[in-house]
Design a binder for this molecule. Structure first.
Ligand code: BDP
Length: 692
């Protein structure tokens, strides 16, 4: 696509190209500099991933520089861009970087400006084909974001081994908590026809380092494990494989049981087998799963493993048979182990009998099991102990299971954050979680450090998962700005230490424009958006204030269970004088969060029930602060609209209008949240008239 002239409005776009638009570099001097550095492409090796890397570079360079460059077998003159591995490429081999590349691993890479036969070249090298592909995307990112490329010295490797996108897609094409249209897996057409869209999906994931995808909902329909569906799964796997994306499935623990009559009943009580039980300690059950795993690996040799929601929210599990989570997970792990597969066993369980305070239950269920899981089992807790709320303290399981690999589950889809109608950039929330200091082994034991280090005897068992926000809408995510959350999740999974503003800037440049005004405006719209959403929906540590659809305010419905508001005060007492949830944290957090005065205001009502006149460090009472935050959060909608208006000429008309429509919806919705919340708490506290 040709570069727009300065001041001219760019041509309409649908958003389908995500951050891989490869529009022409606007700055003429920069474009010339790039063109002189990249005169031809040399890709030695023909594996599917190297071919994918070459294809992406050709496509990207053609778009960015306005003309393609020839692909040569050897370096010819100056300006070669060489891609390969020591195994695939004589040029890379002769550079003698083998040791360094080995240390970076098969997904790591270097990008370097150097000389070959006395000619200036740029080398993208890795010890593995996947790393070469990631290096290609990295170089393209540098070009897309206007970075200089004449003296490159990049060395990268992912900090986590499994960087997973979890789809909550159902076999009927719907998506649980999906706000961007139908599922992109078109089961009815598979395996005969593979939608070309799957390749674009794989490209997008590879560009941000995502290397695993769970295809189906954790509320798993057991039929996905049937032979006819496995053939479809294998077809999807073949489309994703060149991009280093492995396929995983959510497995229903009741799968060995016989079928049940209705689809809904299938999930909870039905299976695809004929056994009278799914008891993990019954040898027939273990054999059934072993044979199932063998069958899967015959079709998909690099199958990743199973994600399991068991004994949770009515899903079948080992506890139905009086067995433990360890019994269940280890039985499945034994079936997968001979093939190198893993189990991701969710810790999202909250059986009523465990504790009256729901947020304490996951910890109480899982901590006693630490160290007893097989070496290929991850326990997968959500970032917070409750349920993907706009803000929660970090889940105290992080730091409490030192002998178990923990794979955090984040939610990219905005279930509790205004769905795809609100602009909410989630990286700051994920950073708050990843950077949280658990103090498990003294100061500095952040969640990220815990997750990055596989426990002894579980080498390579590191990872992170995000619940996908992807659907079949033309823009993939239902809101152009929701693409940023997919992007940011991948980037943080690759390197949890990246700052959210740097990630936002990259995304803004690639998705919208390198014009400084656009970059600045888009970035600032994004950076305040999460705090604004928290202020508008769950200020000061409130949680679950939503209705049954998890979109509109539903305060009456939640009163009493997650917080309590009356004339005396508001909050939930989880201090040592209350439910003692605070006792699940290490010192000094336990001590600090035990007192309202030393609890951060952001979490005050999560940990404490305080009077409306309790004074916050800024001098305001809780009542005044609540009203202030609701108002502030709602007003962010006006700020977003005002900012976006200034970009009307800089952004293509179609995407500009679509974002504008969403922002208008968001503003109206945010005002509704504020008004409903202030009225409700005003009435409960006796501060304002009820029902007025
Ligand atoms: C809740 C969602 C529900 C999921 C559940 C889970 O509302 O759709 O099935 O979490 O994570 O937040 O299992």
């Amino acid at each position: 696509m040709a570069a727009p002239l300065r001041g001219q409005q760019p041509p309409a776009e649908s958003g389908y190209d995500l951050w891989l638009r490869y529009v022409g570099v606007e700055d003429a001097a920069l474009r010339r500099a790039y063109a002189s550095r990249i005169t031809h492409l040399v890709v030695q090796g023909a594996s599917p991933s190297l071919r994918a890397a070459a294809g992406e570079l050709e496509r990207g360079i053609r778009g960015l520089l306005g003309a393609g460059v020839p692909v040569e077998a050897e370096v010819r003159g100056q300006g070669a861009l060489v891609v390969g591995t020591p195994a695939s490429s004589a040029i890379v081999r002769h550079l003698g970087w083998g040791r360094e590349l080995d240390a970076l691993g098969p997904e790591g890479f270097v990008i370097r400006s150097t000389r070959v036969a006395d000619r200036p070249v740029t080398i993208i090298a890795s010890s593995g084909d996947a790393g070469a592909l990631y290096g290609a995307f990295h170089l393209l990112r540098l070009l897309q974001t206007g970075r200089p490329i004449d003296t490159l010295r990049v060395a990268e490797r992912p900090r986590l081994a499994r960087r997973m996108l979890d789809h909550w897609d159902n076999l009927d094409g719907t998506i649980e908590r999906g706000y961007a249209g139908a599922s992109i897996w078109r089961w009815a057409e598979l395996p005969a026809r593979i939608d070309p869209r799957l390749v674009d999906y794989a490209r997008a994931n590879a560009s941000i380092g995502i290397n695993g995808v769970v295809l189906n909902n954790v509320n798993a329909d057991p039929r996905v494990l049937r032979a006819d569906y496995l053939a479809k799964v294998a077809a999807i796997a073949s489309a994703l494989r060149p991009y280093n994306v492995r396929v995983y499935l959510s497995a229903n623990f009741g799968a060995p049981l016989p079928p049940s009559s209705t689809p809904d009943a299938m999930k909870k009580w039905g299976g695809i087998g004929s056994l009278p039980t799914a008891d993990p300690l019954d040898p027939r059950v273990a054999r059934w799963w072993r044979e199932k795993a063998d069958e899967i690996y015959r079709l998909i040799p690099d199958f990743g493993g199973f994600l399991v929601k068991a004994s949770s929210e009515g899903m079948p599990g080992p506890q139905d048979y009086g067995r433990s989570h360890v019994d269940g997970a280890n039985m499945l792990a034994a079936a997968l182990a001979p093939h190198g597969g893993v189990v991701m066993w969710r810790a999202f369980v909250y059986p009523k009998n465990a504790d009256p305070d729901r947020v304490k239950r996951g910890y109480k269920e899982f901590v006693p099991l630490d160290g007893r899981f097989a070496a290929n089992v991850f326990v997968q807790p959500k970032n917070g102990p409750l349920d993907f709320q706009p803000r929660e303290p970090f889940n105290p399981l992080f730091g409490a299971m030192p002998d178990t690999p923990l794979m955090p589950e984040l939610q990219i889809t905005q279930e509790y954050l205004g769905r795809a109608t609100h602009l909410v950039y989630l990286a700051p929330m994920w950073k708050e979680f990843l950077d949280a200091d658990t103090h498990a082994r003294g100061a500095g034991s952040t969640v990220a450090r815990i997750v990055e280090r596989a426990p002894n005897g579980t080498s390579g068992m590191t990872g992170i998962a995000g619940v996908a926000n992807v659907g079949a809408d033309s823009d993939w995510t239902g809101h152009h700005f929701a693409q940023a959350n997919w992007y940011a999740f991948g980037r943080l999974a690759w390197d949890p230490s990246l700052p959210s503003d740097a990630v936002a800037e990259e995304w803004a440049r690639m998705t919208w424009s390198n014009r400084p005004r656009v970059v600045r405006t888009v970035e600032s719209m994004m950076l305040g958006s999460w705090e604004a959403a928290v202020s508008d929906m769950t200020p000061l540590g409130l949680s679950l204030t939503v209705d049954g659809q998890h979109y509109d305010p539903g305060l009456e419905r939640r009163e009493g269970e997650y917080w309590h508001a009356d004339s005396l005060g508001i909050g939930y007492d989880r201090s040592s004088r209350g439910s003692d949830y605070v006792g699940q944290y290490h010192e000094p957090l336990r001590r600090l969060w035990d007192e309202p005065a030393t609890t951060p205001p952001e979490l005050l009502l999560w940990f404490h029930r305080v009077s409306w006149d309790f004074r916050l460090p800024n001098g305001r009472t809780v009542w005044a602060e609540l009203v202030h935050r609701y108002d502030d959060g709602a007003r962010y909608g006006d700020d977003l609209l005002a900012s976006w208006r200034t970009l009307a000429g800089d952004v293509d008309a179609r995407r500009w209008r679509e974002v504008q429509d969403r922002l208008e919806q968001q503003r109206a919705h945010a005002l509704r949240w504020r008004d409903a919340s202030v009225a409700y708490f005003g009435c409960r506290s006796g501060r304002t008239r009820c029902g007025g």
